[in-house]
Design a protein around this ligand. Sequence first.
Ligand SMILES: *Cc1c(COP(=O)(O)O)cnc(C)c1O
Length: 422
Amino acid sequence: MNYQAVFEEAIVSLKDEKRYRVFADLERQTGKYPYACYRNGTSTREIAVWCSNDYLGMGQHPKVIKAMTTTVENMGTGAGGTRNIAGTNHPLVMLENELADLHQKESALVFTSGFVSNEAAISTIAKLLPDCLILSDQLNHASMIAGVRNSGVAKKVWRHNDLEHLEELLKAAGNERAKLIVFESVYSMDGDIAPIEKIADLADKYNAMTYIDEVHAVGMYGPRGAGICERDGVMDRIDIIEGTLAKAYGVLGGYITGNKTVVDAVRSFAPGFIFTTALPPGLAAAATASIAHLKASKEEREGQQRQAQRTKDILSAAGLPVMPSQTHIVPVLVADPDLCKQATDMLLEKHNIYIQPINYPTVPRGTERLRITPGPFHNDAMIEHLKDALVDVWQTLGISFQNTGIDDLEAPGAILHHAAGG
Ligand SMILES: *Cc1c(COP(=O)(O)O)cnc(C)c1O
């Protein structure tokens, strides 16, 4: 066995498909967001970041920074162990209280990332339910798919946001069988939103449990930033609401909220919770400060919605193929992995604009795109600059301005259920 050759070939095949990933070496500077310093070998220059999931700039908010630094000074850096071994740091107790209140649930449980929370909670809940059938939306995130897989239970994948298909599968399973419906509120690559209330109606009708990933909505939607379920007045209709502390809240960590019993069961049985060191106190305190701020302040949310809409309007008016999106996410279709990479290279080298190319398996082949995430700190002049840069890149590389959507492309099938996304 030539071990080395196996890994080399794996990388070569990625490169052949033009989806080998290179990360920009960036240094964010407090107070300058969304500008950052880009290091390219020996040279450094300032670039504008248009693809961050620190959607509201909370990662540099003075209250959040202060909460983290003072907590680290008072309590040190690490958590000192798993919660089973070392107990719970008080800031984590406060954070879980804040999260339960945010989603108006009895309990919350914090994990070291959103990925871990999905993997641990979905797999544990499904395993505990006898003969459980998981019904998983076709476009669910890789972390949810990891949970579905690791549960080892039976699964059916329903066509993305297709209520009829979901109902068909629920009906076939029958009222008596345990069923867990797992889906997202905001789908992060297309920016569309699940019909949450109708899914909850189906869950009631067929006696199923519901689990929603609100990772791309928490902090950003609803009067207190609890997400789309809050905005739509359906938080109490979903059994488990999962979220991250790493995107709009600008810190790190993931969580679930739900009733006391189900959260206690996950706490007691999930290896992804039990056997890994807890979130450190500084991060917990920073996340709490961020959530508390966004509960009370609408300014960031309104700024994000305004600038995202403006970006969509201005790019569309320039004839760029902005994909339909109901949210703050602005996808622009390239529909070719090589051109997608070339476009982002050129944006960075020529226009000082940083946008990562989004390729398979994060999105289906043929739907490669730029995923732009405007926030409250992307001002009008920056949007103009972005538009001019994109038009230049589209013209120079000969990318089609005619791509209007992906409806004419073959449905992606359950691609993401077979490949690890990222
Ligand atoms: C990013 C993401 C996660 C994982 O959250 P992290 O806190 O980054 O681990 C889960 N679900 C979705 C839909 C995501 O986009």
